[in-house]
Every structure is written in C-alpha cells, then in structure tokens.
Design a protein. Structure first.
Length: 378
C-alpha cells in the first residue's frame, strides 16, 4: 500500500472512531474553521475551507493528518480538492486532487493553519442540489505511523449546493423546452446544476390565422433553435423572433401568385393572368374570365393584374373577374346556323324526292287507263 492510500485509510479509520462515545479529542483540537454556506452546484470554481488545528504533547517525529470527508458517500471518502496553504509546516506526501494533508511536526505543541480548495472542476460530475454534508477531521500519527486514536478531533459542517439560474426568454405565445421538459409560455427561469443543458424553442409560433412569429436567432448570435449551452454562472438566453403576416388571395376564378407569409414591413407582390379559361361547358367552347381588379374589404386596390402591398398587417385580397362569352356565343350561333341550313337542305331534298315520286306515280297511272277501257269494250 503506497503512502497516499495509507493516509486515506488512516483518516477514514479516524472518522470511524470519532463516532464512539469514548473516542474524544485529547491532543488535537480544531480551534477555528471557516467555510461558505452556499456554493453553486457543479460549478467550476472550487470553494475555500480554512481551519486552524492545535496539537499538544506530540512525540518526536509525529505527524498530523487533516482532511475533509464526504459523509454522504457510502463508504465515506475524502472529497476532491487540494491544500493550498499549510503553516507553519507544509504538506508531505499529499495525494493529488484530494483534500488531505500530512504534516511532519517539529514541536510537541502548536497550531497549524490550513486552507483547502474543495470541489469545483476537481469534483468531476456535478453534485445534486441540496446540502452536502462534510466532516473536517484531524488525528496524530506517532513516529511509526501508528494512529493515536484518542487524538482525533472533527468538525462536521454542511454546504448547500445552490442552483444556478437559467433564464430562457421567448415571446409570450411561445413555449421553450429545457433538458427535454416543456416549460410554460413566455420567459422562464429555472434552477440548474452547472454544466451542459439543452434548450430549444419552436421555429414557428402562430398568433392567429393572419399573424405568426418566425425564429430568427438567439441574442448571442446562434441561429440554431435547438442548442446545448454550457452554464457556469447565472445565465440568460433570449430567442429573437421576427413577426410575419399572411397575404391571402381569394376569387372565384384564377390562380394568383404571391399568397404566403411575409416579414413585417416587407413588400409582397401578387399577380394573376389578364384572362383565365372559364370552367364547364362554356369554357370548353372558349369562354373566358377577364381580370377586372383587386379588392380589399370591398374597396378597389388596383385595376392592374399585378401589384404589391406593404405587409404591416395581414391582408386578404379578392380578385374580381368578368365573364367573356363572345367566342362561345359565336360558336353556338354558327353551329345553330349550320345545323339549320343542313336541316333545311335535308327537308328541301326530301320534298323534292316526294314530288318526283308523285309524278312517276301519275305517269304510270295514265298508261294503264286505255287497257282497262279496251277490256270493258270487249
């Protein structure tokens, strides 16, 4: 077992012995300790714990072990951290990134002043919110590195891991999502642990049938509506939206172009053909609908088949058409005349055939009359 592991085992055993009624501090005493009450959960910055430990009647070549234990861990462990100050003596064999210090004592009595940097980036994964229960412990070792159990002393303390505030600002009609949880409408502020968090906002938010909001960017310049942010302090992210209005084109006939959503203040262009084919039977004969004008709320906007309008609000434009049946009428009239002429010709030919047949019948009748007379004479 190397020296670092041995020190940790000694400190853990010391902490265990402190829970027994007869294990009272005799030659060490924690005379001063200062620690923060609140620290950001999962923050990169470590927090400072300062302490003064007095010792008495230490034998020659004795050592003082001090460290900070995590009571909440099972089994208890020395918390991540480093010792940044120890006086009048310095740490020896200090484990890397562990809040533990062994001091070689050069006198039988005295006081050691220590400063620990605990947690922060040294703490690995962010801890959950709430109270972090810790225990500052001190114990003496003799010259043979044997634990002097009755020398142990400790000072339990707690640090509240407070959340960082994460604010996501969106329009009152929109809902943001933070770490997969949909939030209420409008701006929200929640407490989070320092670290990476996912925030997302909708691309489109409909206000009514003619107005909507289009995601444009975040206030920090990001253009992705779904993004991961690194929260290391109280943070605010604002989603910037552009207002859009709808241009609606209506009319009984015609296929207009330009119906769409437009950014507020932009110019929308619209148009229809001057002439559109009519539907139904008359359309098949060449019937047309001729453009007359664009109207809004019953008022003429323009009598040009194409135009433009500033989209400072929603607009509904109606195109008015006038039927043009001149070609179908011509076709129908011509057809009627042709049919009438054909019928007249057919009737005339039929009448002519009838008269010819009558003449033939009459001729035949005259030829047969003398024969009949001769028969009667005989």
């Amino acid at each position: 077992m190397n020296s670092s592991k041995l020190l940790i085992v000694v400190l853990l055993v010391t902490s265990f012995l402190l829970f027994f009624p007869r294990a009272q501090a005799q030659t060490t005493k924690i005379v001063y300790m200062r620690n923060p009450i609140h620290v950001p959960a999962g923050g990169n910055e470590p927090f400072t714990v300062q302490a003064a430990v007095s010792f008495q009647d230490a034998r020659p070549n004795s050592s003082l072990i001090v460290g900070i234990l995590d009571i909440d861990s099972q089994p208890q462990r020395v918390v991540p951290g480093i010792v940044t100050a120890a006086s009048p003596d310095q740490c020896i064999n200090q484990p890397a990134l562990v809040a533990l210090c062994t001091i070689r004592l050069h006198s039988s009595s005295g006081t050691e002043n220590l400063e620990f940097k605990v947690g922060g980036i040294l703490g690995g994964q962010p801890r959950k919110l709430g109270i972090w229960n810790l225990n500052f412990t001190a114990v003496l070792l003799d010259s043979n590195s044997v634990l002097i159990a009755k020398s142990a002393s400790s000072a339990p303390f707690g640090v509240e891991l407070s959340p960082l505030s994460l604010t996501v600002e969106v329009p009152t009609q929109a809902k943001s999502t933070i770490d997969g949880a949909e939030q209420r409408q409008g701006a929200v502020t929640i407490g989070v642990v320092a670290g990476s968090h996912n925030i997302s906002v909708p691309l489109i938010v409909y206000v009514d049938t003619g107005k909507r909001l289009r995601f444009d960017r975040w206030s920090d310049g990001s253009t992705q509506p779904n993004r991961t942010v690194n929260v290391r302090s109280d943070s605010r992210f604002e989603a910037v939206y552009a207002t859009q209005y709808r241009l609606t084109l209506t009319g009984e006939q015609g296929t207009g172009t330009g119906q769409d959503w437009y950014d507020a203040g932009s110019t929308a262009r619209f148009s229809v053909p001057q002439v559109e084919p009519d539907s139904g039977f008359l359309g098949s004969l060449g019937g047309k609908q001729a453009f007359q004008g664009w109207y809004e709320n019953g008022k003429l906007l323009t009598n040009s088949s194409s135009g433009s309008i500033i989209m400072n609000e929603a607009h509904t434009l109606t195109v008015l058409w006038k039927p043009d049946y001149s070609l179908p009428i011509t076709v129908i009239t011509t057809t009627v005349i042709v049919v009438t002429l054909i019928l007249a010709l057919v009737i005339r030919k039929s009448a002519h055939r009838g008269r010819a047949s009558a003449r033939v019948q009459a001729t035949r009748s005259q030829r047969t009359k003398p024969s009949i007379r001769r028969r009667r004479h005989q």
